[in-house]
Design a binder for this molecule. Structure first.
Ligand code: ARG
Length: 456
């Protein structure tokens, strides 16, 4: 069996223990990063005088062949390949012979796995970043398309004040814009080189770590080898990013599930993102959105489970840290689906302006009525009280605010006059919210422009 550490052992590992210890089943995904890290390390060993130029070429050529095997799917895992690092080194030795054994000089799997994971995540972050940018752009485009559509705005899921549909949608655009900024911060935290830290105490060959950082395009070099082999903070940061982003996706999904229900009918999820029922022929269910909402649970679990793994670890590397990969991979895989699915739902969403307009209660304008009285000189608190009575009358007499005769209004407050009817208009109410961040058309257009600027 080709183990990296068999020398001091006289008995073989228990079979169940071996299965328990192996990580190849999942860390095989790091193959490309592992080979990239080894290529840079081989060159650094040459620079340090450990490898001759000929040996370096032999190793690089061998690593190229290992890479090709992974790329074309012909790489086969052998018994004893406990992790990706072992597998690559074992195959390299088969291909180039004993010189393969020099590659690991003064390198530990501790600084190796730390480097591989950072390299891998760096690539994944750039593709997640693109998914997030596309989502934000899609939101901005849809907001522009439906700029003239008004809807009831809700607090506590109770009708509150009229807003533009675009304003509601852009509310999510800004959450995702913050997620984008957070992801960029995680990318910076990730972009630190641990290679050259050895097992824990550093590299005795005066290996040129700046050379390694340049070769692997890391912006920074870790400052403390004991910290570097154990630092998983950037993974916690990433999982936190994922947790918030997925929370935002889940809220968006929840809103759209409600808006697309039979009772609301404000929106309709396209067939492409819905599924049917095996029993009820009429059903079209928003499974895309329900799964987005549902997968939030596993993302939370990945994050909280990972933090629990880290808690109380003594300094430097402990095998507990091997448990970082599955939650990381699962989180990346999940967000790599939820982001584009959410984008697809929004891109193809049908918006039913009549249903929104039809659902708008005149009581959405109660605040306008209070503002009207304020303009006539009444302190807001008193105006609030007066309009409360008007609303009561509207409920009791079963008529919308705009149908209450002026005479009846005047009995509640003499300040009411003919011009009050201009205030009882959804469009006018929306257009009064002109200041930055408001729901007036010009303010929403400004929002769209600045959101687009954020994504570049
Ligand atoms: N498979 C291990 C991991 O993922 C690699 C590092 C092993 N290091 C060690 N000292 N056993 O963490």
């Amino acid at each position: 069996m080709n183990m990296l550490w068999g020398g001091r052992f006289s008995e073989s590992t228990d079979a169940l223990m071996r299965a328990f210890n192996d990580s190849i089943a999942f860390d095989i995904r790091l193959w490309d990063a592992d080979i990239t890290g080894s290529e840079a390390y081989a060159r650094a060993l040459e620079k340090a005088g450990v490898l001759t130029p000929a040996e370096t070429e032999t190793l690089l050529d061998g690593l190229r062949r290992v890479r090709a095997e992974f790329a074309d799917g012909t790489f086969t895992i052998a018994a004893g390949d406990e992790d990706i690092h072992t597998a690559v080194e074992r195959r390299l030795k088969e291909l180039v012979g004993a010189v393969a054994g020099k590659l690991h000089t003064a390198r530990s799997r501790n600084d190796q796995v730390a480097t591989d994971t950072r390299l891998w995540l760096r690539g994944e972050i750039s593709s997640l970043r693109e998914h997030l940018r596309t989502l934000i752009t899609t939101i901005a485009n849809a907001a522009e398309t439906h700029l003239d559509v008004l809807m009831p705005g809700y607090t506590h899921l109770q009708q509150a004040q009229p807003v533009r549909f675009s304003h509601w949608l852009l509310g999510y655009g800004w959450k995702f814009a913050r997620d984008l900024a957070r992801l960029d911060a995680v990318a910076r935290e990730t972009n630190v080189l641990p290679l050259g830290s050895g097992a824990l105490s550093g590299n005795p060959l005066s290996i040129d770590r700046q050379f390694l950082a340049d070769a692997l395009r890391f912006a920074e070099i870790s400052a403390n080898s004991m910290d570097a082999v154990a630092d998983r903070d950037y993974l916690a940061d990433f999982l936190h990013w994922a947790t918030l982003t997925q929370t935002h996706l889940s809220s968006l999904a929840e809103d759209l599930i409600i808006f697309s229900s039979t009772e609301y009918g404000f929106t309709e999820i396209s067939d492409a993102y819905s599924t049917g029922s095996s029993l009820m022929p009429q059903k079209k269910n928003p499974d895309s959105l329900e799964l987005i909402r549902g997968k939030t649970g596993r993302i939370f679990g990945n994050y909280s489970g990972f933090l629990a793994t880290l808690k109380g670890l003594p300094s430097t590397y402990d095998k507990d840290m091997q448990e970082d990969k599955e939650p990381l991979f699962d989180t990346v895989d999940t967000l790599a689906m939820t982001l584009p699915i959410a984008t697809g739902v929004i891109r193809t969403l049908k918006v039913n302006r009549e249903r929104m307009y039809g659902a708008m209660s005149s009581h959405l304008l109660a605040t306008e009525l209070a503002d009207y009285l304020v303009e006539k000189g009444l302190p807001f608190r008193e105006a609030h009280e007066v309009v409360g009575k008007v609303v009561q009358l509207s409920i009791e007499s079963n008529q919308p605010l705009w149908s209450i005769p002026l005479l009846a209004l005047k009995t509640i407050s003499p300040l009411f006059d003919r011009d009050v009817h201009d205030w009882l208009d959804f469009e006018n109410a929306v257009e009064r919210r002109r200041s930055i961040g408001g729901t007036a058309k010009a303010a929403v257009q400004a929002q769209i422009a600045s959101l687009r600027q954020r994504v570049g």
